[in-house]
Design a protein around this ligand. Structure first.
Ligand code: NAP
Length: 305
């Protein structure tokens, strides 16, 4: 016969696990309690099939996060990221699961599907990383650039993360509400948005990108202010020049600029550099900071004389 045991009686996960091993004993627990204690933390990373998103996924895999690997169209790359993450974690003695999920973050129905997928696969969300973003298909002078390009960038780079954050935040609040009162010590969930130095740097051949990133930078102060009462900290990471497919077409230009001293730290940034900043946030190393911007740009933002 099964004998129910209240979760509140357990001091920690090990107690609960040993109780579960006891014959004729089982824990009857709510969806957030035992499962939350036992499971890996879960991160949803948008645009994780390639580039910076993949770098973030790999760094989170190393510290034992289960991952939702979102992508727009490149399924092969997303599967590859997932496999690499699981292998990386395995090499460090950690068992994680990385699940690819196609969703165009510009579309409301896809955003809802992405959150539902995360619920179905993992049942919780500890970290949302708004990373997916696009550059204009054609770099065009602001006197000639098209409205189509502007709309595309605003939809993907601003509207997508803004409303995905809304969905994720509501779910996080709902889950925090369930844990409250159970006395379960749980690291609070967090939200990170990857913007760009283009949020404050004018590039007249891609005004749409700069406008979109400047708008995106308001996401963090808004949600940081709104979510602090729930214990959810919100951060922005502002990468500089990072070696990915996005910067592939302008590689020679940036090679030259970096060699000429564009950044005090004289090298290209890597997806791993951004991933490490996300890990610092994920590990709760900035508990009394919210709405904060982390520049991961080799010092690009410094004014120098
Ligand atoms: P990337 O190599 O071009 O990768 C873009 C990623 O976003 C891919 O995973 C892509 O999926 C995904 N994606 C594109 N549109 C999407 C959509 N509508 N819905 C969902 N996913 C979508 O770009 P990256 O250089 O890694 O850039 C990542 C983020 O960092 C972007 O927000 C970018 O603006 C920002 N950033 C980049 C740099 C840099 O120097 N690279 C600097 C500052 C900021 P698919 O593989 O399926 O296409």
């Amino acid at each position: 016969m099964l004998r129910p045991i209240a979760l509140l009686g357990f001091g920690d996960t090990a107690d609960c696990q040993s109780a579960l091993r006891t014959p004729h004993t089982a824990c009857i627990l709510s969806s957030v309690s035992y499962l939350r204690l036992r499971m890996n933390p879960v991160a949803l990373i948008t645009g994780a099939s390639r580039g910076i998103g993949r770098g973030i996924a790999l760094e989170l895999a190393k510290i034992g996060y289960d991952l939702v690997i979102n992508y727009a169209g490149n399924q092969k790359a997303a599967n590859e990221t997932a496999a690499l993450c699981e292998k990386k974690a395995d090499g460090l003695g950690r068992a994680i699961r990385a699940a690819p999920c196609q969703a165009d973050i510009a579309l409301g129905s896809d955003r809802a599907g992405l959150i539902q997928f995360t619920r179905d696969q993992f049942g919780k969300l500890d970290l949302l990383v708004n990373n997916a973003g696009v550059a204009p298909t054609v770099r065009a002078d602001i006197l000639a650039a098209s409205e189509e390009s502007f709309d595309r960038l605003i939809n993907i780079n601003v509207k997508g993360p803004y409303f995905l954050t809304q969905l994720a935040a509501k779910w996080m609040i709902e889950e925090i509400g369930k844990v409250k009162g159970l006395g379960v010590p749980e690291p609070p969930p967090k939200i990170v948005t990857i913007s760009s130095i283009s949020a404050y740097t004018a590039s007249t051949n891609r005004g749409d990108y700069c406008m979109a990133k400047a708008a995106l930078s308001m996401l963090t102060p808004l949600y940081a202010s709104r979510l602090a009462e729930h214990g959810i900290n919100v951060y922005e990471i502002r990468p500089g020049v990072i070696a990915t497919d996005m910067t592939g077409p302008v590689k020679d230009k940036y090679n030259k600029l970096i060699a000429e001293g564009l950044t005090p730290i004289q090298r290209w940034g890597t997806p791993e550099d951004v991933g490490k900043a996300v890990v610092a946030i994920a590990q709760d190393l900035l508990p009394f900071s919210t709405g904060e911007v982390l520049n991961v740009d080799g010092g690009f933002h410094l004014r120098r004389l």
